[in-house]
Design a protein around this ligand. Sequence first.
Ligand code: UGA
Length: 432
Amino acid sequence: MKITVIGTGYVGLVSGVCYAEIGHEVVCVDKDSAKIGMLQAGEIPIYEPGLEKFIAGGRLADRLSFTTDLPSSVRRSELIIIAVGTPPLPNGEANLSYIDGAAQEIAMAMDGYKMIAVKSTVPVGTNERLADIIRSRTDEPFDSISLPEFLREGTAIYDTLHPDRIVIGAESEAAAHKMVELHSPLTDQLMVTDIRSAEMIKYASNAFLATKISFINEIANICEKVGADVLRVAEGMGRDRRIGPSFLKAGIGYGGSCFPKDTKALIQIAGHVDYEFKLLRSVVEVNRDQRFSVIRKLEKCFDGQLAGKTVAVWGLAFKPNTDDVRDTPALEIISRLLDAGVHVQAYDPVATDNFRLLLGREGVSWHGKAMEAASGADALCVLTDWEEFAQVNLGQLQASMKRPILIDGRNVFDEENMLNTGFMYDSIGRPS
Ligand code: UGA
């Protein structure tokens, strides 16, 4: 199939690459000519493990190309996939201006039948709105499809090539059939439904996963007070197949470009139909507060006297294997430390440049190695569960620090191992 993907962010780029990988002819379009220039030169504008092997070296060059020319690629394609951003507005609602803009440009370029699928996360009813925009600008025939995306950053290629399910929202049987054909090499878990339900499945799934995280974080907070171990509790809960073991990792809460935005957007969507989503409001509130557990633990270690201390921070990205710092808990934690007069020594394997720009203030020294960041520090806080942190030589780490205080915000270290070191070790939801 000839496919145009509009938007070369995580979703657009990874989807484009994966459709090309399973044999389709894909053009990825973006307005950002610098980004397109990079991609044409075989460079990748985002950090995503595994992506480079598809783009660099021109492995898919015969069927994957990049352009800023939306009209001609739309005309050449049977399927247009919209994967532009829907960043949050100040009130939490999704900003649909990029979606609307894409619809207008598609309509202006159309010269025959097209299937138009939306992969961006959009509120219920957006596909219909989009269809109205297109219909008001062209008489050419088209079918709307909602094609929600469930990939995770850091494992985006794997998730796209091995999805748990693919949800296809379509009113036209013929278009639904074509979408089933297109995706059946990837999975037999294909679900065809109406467009509004497909749009809702995306928000409901992310809201539910966020709920699992906030739930286990509250259980962790209680575990600390009653002397239970949240790791054991999550394992015991997860063995019940109705609960499942995933997304029960306690820590400093979720971040990233999806859960924070989508939970708030769903609260707004409910509000528009006069429904107060009380549970989800609490999920958001719990998540916001959870990140500060690291600060509270530090304050406890220093009797509330943080001013003048040097605190090392390992991990700035919202999760491992990504350089994405959008809504990363590290931002508020480090900002609060700086406000308290702390000097921060920070390290992340790949996200430092992005984080530095995001933070935009002085008071932090940036380091290229984990050990270097910890050197001379009064305490070390682990904020992202990068694999390399669990592998460090704890003896060497302790010797390099001024005081052996380790606050593990992601339960990276094995508690038993820590007992055999001289560290004052505190983690989330485990007896300290
Ligand atoms: C999330 C969903 O997992 C994807 O299915 C969805 O497609 C995507 O949002 C999206 O809407 O685009 P992502 O944000 O890439 O994917 O990352 P996750 O792996 O889900 O992690 C999100 C956050 O939750 C991270 O900050 C992570 O550290 C945190 N988390 C995750 C926990 O604190 N505990 C857990 O048990 C799992």
